[in-house]
Structures are given as C-alpha cells and as structure tokens.
Design a protein. Sequence first.
Length: 734
Amino acid sequence: MTFDDEKKTNEEPTRNVEKQKSSFVVDEEFEQMVQDLAPTSDDPTAPSFTFRVWVIGTVFVVVLGWINMLFTFRTNLFQVSSYVATLLSYPIGVLMAKTFPRWQFHLFGLDIDTNPGPFSVKEHVLIGIFGSTGASGVYATYNLVVQEVYYDMHMNPFWAISFLFASSALGFGISGMTRKFLIRPIHMIWPTVLPTVALYSAFHKVDTAAVKDDGANHYSQLTVFGIGTLGMGLYHLLGPGYLTTMLQNISVLCWIAPKSNTFVQQLGSPVWGVGILAWTGDWTNIGSGAMSVPFWAAANVFAAAVFFHWIATPIMFKNNWFGQPKMPIALNSTRLFTSQSKVFKASDVVDKQSHRMIDAQYAQRAPIHMSPFFAISYFANFTTLPAALIHTCVWYGKDIYQRLRYQRESEEEDIHCKLIDAYPEVPNTWYYGFFVVTAVLMLLTGELSELQFPWWAMLFATALAIITTIPIAVVLATAGVALYVNVISQFLIGLILPGQPIVMMAFKALSVSVSAQCLTLLTDLKLGHYLNQLISCFVVFGAMRQWLATPEHVQWVLDDGKVEGPGKSWGASQSHNVYYSASLIWGAIGPKRFFFDTQYSPVIWVGVIVGCVTPVILKLCHTFIGGSYWALIHPAIILGPGGAGGNQGTTLSYFTVAFFFQFFMYRYRSAWWKRYNYVLATAFDVACALVALLTTFVLPDAPTWFMNCPSGECTFSDKHGPFQDWCFPVAPEA
C-alpha cells in the first residue's frame, strides 16, 4: 500500500484547488479504489420522491421508531437495524410497481402518480433513509426518560414533542452551509456510506467500475449478498445470537490464568474488566465498520484501545491513582460510588421540587468516585475534540479556506459532481430558513416549558455544535470514525450552571443532537437525498409514553434491571445509566466539585493539553522529518478509545476483521475486494438484524446448556463465571 505525501507549496491559492495535491488526501490509493464502487452514470428521469416512497418509507419510520424506542429499555440493548428497511422495501417496492393501480391527481399543488413505473434505485435509497430516521430514533428521548424516571419531572406532551423535534432538526440547516467542503470534494469518501452504496448497486444492478466485465465468470453481487446473509444468519442463530451465547465473550487470559489471581481475571474479563486478549464472536459487536473504514483508521482505533484500555487502565487501578476506596468497583463500569462504597443516587442529594443539588447531603457522601475505565473515557473525550479541531486547522485549513472562496471550480473534473449537478440544488436560503424556524421553536420550548432552559444556553449550545461540526465531519468523512460533543457540552454548561442537572441535560441533548443530525444529513447528502424527522419524533414519544405509563416499568429502571420475573430482561439499559451518571457528574455535582476540587482534575487539564499539542507535533514531524505515515496517525482517533460499559472483546475482533479485509484482501485480492467487500459487509449486518427480529418476536427462549447460560442461574455458572464471560473477578456491589 502506498501513500503519497502532501506537496508543500508557498504559491498563491489557485481557483482549481483539486489540481494541486489536496490536503484532504490521506490514503490516495484507498480513495481511488472506493471511487470505483460508486456509479458513474445516472438517469435523471428515473422516479425518486414518489407515492411509493411516502407509503413504504412512512411505515418503516413508524415501525422501526416504535420498536427501537421500546428496546432502549432492554437490559441487553438491541436495536433493529435500518438495513431491515432496505432489505424488505425492495420486494415491496417491486410488487407495488407490478400490481398497484396507476392513479394521477393533484394534491396541495403536487402532481401525484401512484405508480410511475419500475421501482428505481432512487426510490429505494429514499426509503432506506426513511428507515434510518426511524431506526436511529431521537437522542433527546434519553433526556425525557432520565428526568422523568430519576428526577420525577414530567413535561407537557406538547413541549416534549417540540423539544424532540427542535433539537433533532436544528442541525439540518447547518448541514447546508457546510456541504461545499464536506460533500463535494472527491477526497471526502465517507467510508460509512460505502456498504450502503454497494448494497443498492447490487439490488438494482447498477454499473460501476468495480463490477465491470473483465471476461471472467463472477458471482453477481446480489448472489454474494444472499450467500453472505444466509451464512451469517445461520452462524448467528446457532452461535452467539441465540443457541451459543457464550461465543459473545471469549476470554483467553481468563482461560490460562489461575482463578485465584483475581487481578488477572479482572484484566481478562470483557464484561467486568478491560478485556485483554478477549474476543467476541458476535458480529453485532464488531459491525460492518471493520470492513468499511480504511485500515489505517482501524489501526489507530486498535492502538488507542491497547494503550488506554490494556495498559493505562490496569496501571491506574493497581496503583490507585484516583484514591478510590477499597471496594469492588468494576473496571468496566459507568456507575458512581460514594466514599462509603455505596452507589451514588440522585434521589439522595437532589431536591425533588427545584431539581437542584442539596449541598449538605452531597457533603456527607463526598468525594464521589468512578472506575478508572470511566475516567479514561472522560479523558479521551477531552483530548479528541481539541485534537479534531486543531488537526483540521493545521492539516486541512488551507483547503477549507480555498473552498470557501472558490465554490465550484474545484469540482469540474469529478464525475460524481457532474452527475449531481444535473439536478437543481436546494437553495441556501432554504437551509437558513429552516434553521431560523427550528431555532425559534427551541427558544420558545426552553423558555415556556418545564425545562427552565435559558435562551442564552440554547444559543450557546447551537454555537458549540456549529463550531465542532466541521472537524468532527472531516474525521467521519475521511476515516469513518464518529466523534461527539456530549462531554465537552456537559463540561461547559456544568461550569456555568453547577447544581442544575435538568438544564445540563437539555443543553447536552441540544448540542449533541444538532451536531449529530447535521452529520446525519451530510451522510445522506453524500447519497444525494434528504430525510424527514417530524414523524419519528411523534413515534418515539408515543412509544416512550406507552412504556413509562406502567409503574412497574419505571420501577424496573430504578432497580437497574435486578428484578426477577418479567422485568429481568428490562430496565438496566446501559445508555440510560450513562446518561443518568453524566447528569450527576456534570449537572448535579458540577465539574468544579467533581473534577477540579478532587483527584480527577488531571482527567480534564491533561486531556485538553494532550489534545491540543499532539496534532501540532504530528504536523511538524510531517513537515520537517517527512514520510507519508505521519498523515496516517490521526490524533482524534488514536487519543480516543471506546467508552466504558461495552463489550471489550470487540477490540481484538474488530482489528482482526479489519486486517483481513481492509489490508490483506484489499492489498492482495483487490479485484475481489472492489467487487464484493462492501456487499458482504452489508450482508452480515442484515443477517444479524433478521436473526435478532426472529429471536425476539418468534422463537422461544433458547435451551440452557453448557454454551448457553444467559441467566447465570444454571449448573454451569461455576465454569462460566458470575458474568458469563469465563472470568472470576470479585463481583462488584449492586
């Protein structure tokens, strides 16, 4: 694999910036390979935003949104993938095209044609985007759930829906302002989009350079998709997804270490500990990202996990860097603990009427502790965002500036820009207008609802999202790795308004949603279309209200899922726990009391310094030492390991899959890789989604045997360990 250096020049900017070596180029060979995956022809007359799209797409928005909202309360989080909509909509669309009668009429000034002809790839893409809208849900629902369940604060339904819609739609306006240098440049490949592009091309037999006729006999992409879906489906059903759940966690270190050595057992546990040398055979934990991101990005992810999780966290834990009391805190935990070794709860220190911290109650329990793994996660958040900002400025600043000055000249040689330019572009005024309308709605919601969300805080959250979107999008567009502003937003508002967890959560929900939804629309702009969010807001709010209307369901959440009977598989959602813990750290307690006044202060200031300095050092090394490899070390990735609470067996499995497909097959079987890699990645995701639906709604509970003891209450627990990961650490206190 070869990587070209960025050419250094002191010349004045020219209008055709692409004719120079763009600083956006990280791995030119990989970028050229993936260009072959995208269609180089287009039929502008093919139907797109049709009656079929609205009917089929709306159904998937409602169904996927409702199901996935309810599933956020599951102890073992499971979400129905949007690939289900992509897969099922194809036969439905084809059937409607063949059988549905054709009626033509006018409605609200629009020409409606119920059957405009064959089911097109453009319709299919739009339905997939509708499905993605429903499947991804609305981030601000976590805000509503936590404030209702843990803080006993209920919002008026009208304002709750307004909050959901405004927070999730505000980012759409920002996306239009940034598309000229995040979408149009050919070097912004958006790796996470590639499996979807390959899937649509396979379904509709779209000609691409990757599948051009070379005179040899090949399986079609659709055939490989079917084989991959069937094979992975059978494996997942018979294996980690149903009958052999022990394959979800394979801990090599725990197998070879004596059970009496609890420290080594803790290090090897992928559930309780850091998962050194642990594996997972569950594709839902690995995901298609391992087969879509460039190998250099996967190597950065792996290096970050090895250093921070396998090396730094055990050292911190063993040497008690943060002075936590001698108590059984799980290394891989997102809970907070008091100095008396008890779980820290909001109900003990937050006034139920004002929703503010009671200082006297807090003083009795201080200092509050968290696991070293959780501390590393926060450290990573304070390094990655500054690193992304400065890395974008020092590496890509020149190109961004040129694209702000010269809009279209640089794309004149890009075939994909020529294809998209055949369509009228959405005017910038539409984006600006949509931004203003949703901003006003958010202001009204904050001022008039129970949130007590100040108008200046809303403007501050929006400004923060706007400032951070470009560097975060550059990382996603070039490396396929997503960054978020959740921690930095909590930190800033916590400094300004300490002791107010409700306002903090609203600020966080708004800033994260604006940034995330902007990235979502930018991703869909790379596909060439737009999505709708309003239906999803009504659906997820309805599902949330349906669930929380039952007092038992609320109690299951408060009991952290540790109940017998029907609630055993519900209530201990990791996502809700993290959101709740964050509301305590950054909202109720505040960053000053939790971090700056305690031993955790280096987590913030060291993280910020490292994040600011590292990109500059790498750029200086690239400039004065030379060598293409400096551009392949991305500070926002290598300083940002995954967070606490997940399956840590993913680290080694993810890298192994990436090494095989994105290095070996890419380098030594490039023709196969271009033809089948992304189709196969999508097939694996689709298969697991279908099996998850089957096991959740159709099949009974799997039989208990040596390799399947999910409840932990069978005769094999002495072999599997208390957390079913083959390890025997000291069990943490409930």
